[in-house]
Design a protein around this ligand. Structure first.
Ligand SMILES: [Zn+2]
Length: 256
């Protein structure tokens, strides 16, 4: 009943959704159903978005538990093609590490919610909490690290007055660069291709599949996970299964 109603009249649950493409809203519902059936442990979302209320209401309807949990941030960086200088790494770490961050956590019972209170909400830890495969988590962290390196190189080349520029100013300029700087364009295009392709071939997962998971057809973690969730949907909620596939195709076109 809840599922039929939602398909008829979907609510905004996810930052990835817009009013026309509800793929991520339908997939969020499926992931909550997976939690209800014990196939997943957690859903974690931002607490300050207007979607948050919709998400809490839906969790209540599904008789799941939710809580705004507080954790700490951690700067994660893996050296890539042109490693950042240690001074920049240290300054970024100082800025980020230990700062408090909040997330809306949904789980089946209160104990599961409490178990994550005070956790480190780094990219890779959040990935682990959400059952993402390690290969795809690493791929994401490496890409984020390349983002930093490319914006650093860009700032040094075009804006900075060389070695005399204070590290705080460099970091501020790096933050103001977005991912469309020319040095990043090819890599970002490749990420978008991964996303577009995964919406076609793996529409039951949220994360970006890594290089290995995107090209191989079987026995890779992302595809196995997609298949597990797809089978669950097909058996228990066939209409939701169909609409995630069709909406996933629409969402994928966004990235082409
Ligand atoms: Zn992978």
């Amino acid at each position: 009943m809840i599922v039929d109603e939602f398909i008829e009249n979907p609510k905004m649950l996810s930052e990835f959704a817009d009013q026309k493409i509800h793929w991520s809203n339908f997939l969020t519902l499926l992931h909550l159903l997976l939690i209800k059936h014990g196939e997943r442990k957690f859903h974690l979302a931002s607490t300050n978005k207007r979607n948050s209320k919709n998400l809490r209401d839906l969790a209540d309807k599904l008789e799941l538990k939710w809580k705004a949990v507080t954790g700490t941030s951690l700067f994660e960086y893996q050296k890539q093609a042109t490693p950042l200088p240690q001074t920049v790494i240290d300054a970024l770490s100082n800025e980020v590490n230990g700062t408090s961050t909040e997330g809306l956590l949904i789980a089946k019972d209160e104990n599961a919610l409490d178990s994550l209170e005070g956790s480190v909400f780094s990219d890779s830890n959040v990935g682990k909490i959400l059952d993402y495969p390690n290969c795809c988590i690493d791929w994401y962290v490496n890409n984020r690290s390349s983002d930093r390196e490319e914006s650093y190189a860009y700032v040094m080349e075009y804006y900075s007055e060389g070695a005399n520029t204070p590290v705080e100013n460099i970091i501020q300029m790096m933050d103001e660069c977005d991912a469309t700087i020319p040095e990043s364009r090819n890599r970002v295009e490749k990420i978008f291709n991964h996303i577009a392709e995964s919406r076609e071939t793996m529409p039951f997962i949220f994360f970006q599949p890594c290089d290995v998971c995107i090209v191989s057809y079987s026995f890779v973690p992302a595809r196995k996970l997609n298949e597990k969730y797809a089978n669950f949907a097909k058996e228990n909620y066939p209409q939701l299964y169909e609409i995630i596939i069709s909406e996933g195709k629409k969402d994928g076109e966004y990235y082409r």
